[in-house]
Write a protein that binds this ligand. Sequence first.
Ligand SMILES: Nc1ncnc2c1ncn2[C@@H]1O[C@H](COP(=O)(O)OP(=O)(O)O)[C@@H](O)[C@H]1O
Ligand SMILES: [Mg+2]
Length: 247
Amino acid sequence: MNAILTVRGLSARIDGQQVVEDVGFDVPATGVTALLGRNGVGKTSTIRGILGLIERQGKVIFDGVRIDSERTHRIVRGGVGYVPEDREVFSKLTVAENLRLAERQPNPNRELVEQLFPDLVQRAGQQAGTLSGGQQQMVSLARALLNDNRLLLVDEPTKGLAPKIVGEVAEALALAAKTVPILLVEQNLQVVRRLADTAVVVEGGRTVWEGGAAELLDDDELTTRLLGVHGADAPQQPSESTKGETL
Ligand SMILES: Nc1ncnc2c1ncn2[C@@H]1O[C@H](COP(=O)(O)OP(=O)(O)O)[C@@H](O)[C@H]1O
Ligand SMILES: [Mg+2]
């Protein structure tokens, strides 16, 4: 397999506390690889470790080059785009300002972004903090797509979104995946089924399964054991429209 990213024996710490123990997997050079596992198993920390945002040890090879001792800004400049959990848009800045700040190259991919997110063109002058969660997610994705990345790390892009918006975000990711390989952390297994070719499952800070995404999701016993849900009828996450209704 032609891998764009190879991770071996990755461990990571936050404030001296070990949060990733021994994670290893390959991300193929095309398509979507899902990084899965229950809450708190170390998915976000794995991504932050790959990027050098938290203290890490082990081997991380990006397009044939070791990056496990590199500083974050060099890894990002080298072509690893990051779409963080919770989006992290600049809420006081406009949509256009958020996008302009993300541009790293002389000829950013503005046309691609405008094609993928026409809504953002309409809202160019709007303060990002006043956008819906789904729209903020689009801004976060757009920022990564403005640059010619060779890999995108996307952390829980559909978390907390209404089902209709989940579909729109998934569609944008599917189109983005035609241009760049994606490592995707995603709890919504319908989205995983739609997008992912391969899957990696983490438990207790360790890789416990790696294989085809369909192979995992078609195996109810395996998904129940590893993810705590059934692949076919995974519960929807609380959505913007239904959140709080049962309180
Ligand atoms: N800032 C932090 N300080 C201390 N522990 C943390 C911090 N962030 C995450 N952790 C711990 O690290 C572990 C892995 O967290 P995380 O990588 O966020 O998991 P996931 O993304 O799979 O839900 C959890 O046990 C969590 O409590
Ligand atoms: Mg997380």
